[in-house]
Ligand binder design. Structure first.
Ligand code: COA
Length: 179
């Protein structure tokens, strides 16, 4: 089903596709940038210290896995989004995956995130292994929660002191979707 040819709300064409080993260096640069653009992530740019080799191996493992996927979104000129769905190979756990997503700030609110998440949901449905998709979202990240609810995720619980950022603890909602 990938690559998927998409458009932002304001008509900019972009592609959603699986990350390849050769994307590793660009992806690291992207993650470092978006880590500094948002306090809602589990890392800042300087916290992210993965080597190109490690990232390439990570992408390879996801490509070979039937219940995990790493997706990127890119325009003709730049990477604009990155997301992963992580799952266990254990028989009792392999049906559930947890995703994380980041869109470049200049592209927020243009429906890139919605299209990336929907493509991951469609991929999971087609695969037939993943039957539950989970996520954690900081309690005050109302934009992301609005998007997740719009796509059909439901709030399942509150995780206390999930994140520690700039001297403060933050609670997070655990959200999920049965597929
Ligand atoms: C959260 C994130 C992935 C969303 O991606 P995006 O491309 O900006 O989102 P989209 O444009 O696809 O969707 C926007 C939707 O968010 C929701 N939304 C936006 N602002 C909102 C607000 N103030 N209150 C409630 N919902 C809001 C709406 O449902 C909106 O859909 P609509 O435009 O059709 O009304 C992106 O903003 C991002 O990377 N943020 C920083 C990192 C982050 O927070 N990651 C998620 C961690 S859990």
């Amino acid at each position: 089903m990938f690559p998927l040819h998409c458009q932002t709300k304001d008509g900019i064409p972009f592609v959603i596709r699986e990350c390849e080993e050769s994307d590793a260096a660009r992806a690291i640069q992207f993650v470092k940038q978006i880590g500094d653009e948002s306090d809602f992530l589990t890392f800042s740019g300087s916290d992210f210290n993965v080597s190109v080799e490690e990232e390439a191996e990570n992408f390879k493992k996801h490509k070979e896995s039937p219940n995990q996927i790493f997706l990127l979104a890119e325009t003709d000129t730049e990477m604009i989004g990155l997301m992963s769905l992580e799952a266990s190979p254990k028989p009792r756990l392999r049906h559930q995956g947890e995703f994380g997503i980041s869109v470049k700030k200049a592209y927020w609110g243009k429906s890139v995130g919605a299209q990336m998440i929907q493509s991951m949901i469609d991929w999971a449905k087609a695969g037939g292994i993943i039957r539950k998709i989970n996520l954690l979202v900081r309690q005050d990240n109302v934009r992301a929660q609005g998007l997740y609810k719009k796509l059909g995720f439901e709030q399942e619980g509150l995780i206390r002191r999930d994140l520690f950022t700039k001297g403060q603890f933050y609670d997070a909602y655990f959200m999920g979707m049965l597929i």
